[in-house]
Design a protein around this ligand. Structure first.
Ligand SMILES: Nc1ncnc2c1ncn2[C@@H]1O[C@H](COP(=O)(O)OP(=O)(O)O)[C@@H](O)[C@H]1O
Ligand SMILES: [Mg+2]
Length: 343
């Protein structure tokens, strides 16, 4: 029966959605960090303007924005390293500055700049930071060994930190911050300058941390990273949080339309461009050299592509290549701020 089919289909979709969430290790939960109306001035310059955000228990939250947006300033305020001029940060309902001694034990910040000792070995650094958190004896050794193994630093255990490659310096920076086994971890631009292999290794570690039940907040200006890692993101520009939501929600609402890019064997005649414009009412059709660039309406996009390319062939053109550019977070940023996201 159609009604039953509809119910079954709905349930199947629900099941698939739950599975996807499970794979990403995320279930919607209560906020663990609540940021309310934060303002921050450096002299007369307002670096943060009425910033409010929630970070949910067990999620990877991405604070996304270009250089100078205010990400590091906010990360420092969220972890008690910086002071806001007004506004509050709550951890599980407890205000941060008033309860700092209680809260600092379960949060960690991985700062943008490396913060370990260059003259110490990897192991000495971890032991130093562990001791600062009150670990001693067998417990300290166990935690040190675990982190060295877990981050793939075993062959560098006795190496002086200054002699590590850039990627491994960053991993050591992370290891030093995780030594107290924090529940909430803030990472400020953790992958800047990493080569692709180390970046992938780092991404795996983020997923592992999430599966261990940690809540993670990262700042980044890499949109692919945000899309890959984050359950939800907040878009920040000029000290203001403009949007927050899942990458999928933001792309669907603000990403704009799919774009079809067709490369032909010759420059398309104006009459061809005009004909496509006439057929695809509401789409933006442009020619640039041998390329046709068509902003398609999102509905029935695939059918339209098929009929356009068939017709072009009939008109004597060869399709050298054709690809669809799906809207992404770069487009969201561009559409919302009118600016390109660049360092
Ligand atoms: N200590 C400081 N004194 C004065 N201005 C600062 C200071 N720290 C940051 N700023 C300014 O505040 C703005 C936000 O900086 P920051 O939080 O570091 O941004 P992001 O991390 O997004 O690149 C920038 O314009 C920066 O120049
Ligand atoms: Mg920064």
């Amino acid at each position: 029966m159609p009604a039953e089919n509809a119910v079954q289909a709905k349930e199947a979709v629900k099941g698939a959605e739950a599975k996807t969430q499970e794979k990403r290790g995320y279930a919607a939960a209560a906020p663990i960090v609540q940021i309310r109306s934060i303002n921050k001035f450096y002299g007369n310059f307002q670096a943060l303007n009425d910033v409010s955000l929630d970070i949910m228990q067990g999620e990877v939250f991405g604070l996304i924005g270009p250089n100078g947006a205010g990400k590091s300033t906010l990360a420092k305020i969220m972890t008690g390293l910086g002071k806001a001029d007004s506004g509050t940060v709550n951890f599980s309902g407890a205000e941060l500055t008033a309860n700092y001694d209680k809260i600092k034990g379960f949060i960690a910040i991985v700062p943008q700049e490396t913060s370990f000792f260059y003259s110490f070995t990897v192991e000495q650094n971890l032991k130093f930071f562990g001791a600062m958190y009150g670990l001693t004896g067998a417990e300290l050794q166990k935690r040190t060994d675990y982190l060295i193994e877990w981050l793939g630093l075993s062959s560098f255990r006795k190496r002086q930190a200054e002699n590590l490659s850039g990627g491994y310096k960053r991993l050591l920076n992370i290891a030093c911050s995780l030594v107290n086994n924090p529940k909430v971890i803030f990472m400020d631009e953790p992958t800047v300058g990493l080569d692709p292999k180390v970046r992938e290794h780092f991404w795996e570690k983020i997923f592992e941390l999430k599966h261990q039940g940690k809540t993670i907040c990262i700042t980044t200006h890499y949109m692919d990273e945000a899309e890959h890692l984050c359950n939800r993101i907040g878009l920040i520009s000029d000290g203001k949080v403009l949007l927050s939501g899942t990458p999928q929600e933001l792309i669907a609402s603000f990403g704009g339309v799919k774009v079809l890019v067709v490369k032909l064997n010759k420059v398309p005649e104006k009459i061809i461009v005009d004909a496509i414009k006439g057929t695809l009412k509401g789409s933006d059709v442009n020619a640039a050299g041998n390329y046709l660039i068509i902003s398609l309406l999102p509905e029935r996009a695939l059918e339209k592509i098929a009929s356009i390319t068939e017709w072009l062939v009939k008109e004597g053109y060869e399709i050298v290549s054709s690809r669809i550019k799906e809207p992404d977070l770069e487009d969201v940023f561009m559409n919302v701020t009118g600016q390109q996201l660049r360092n």
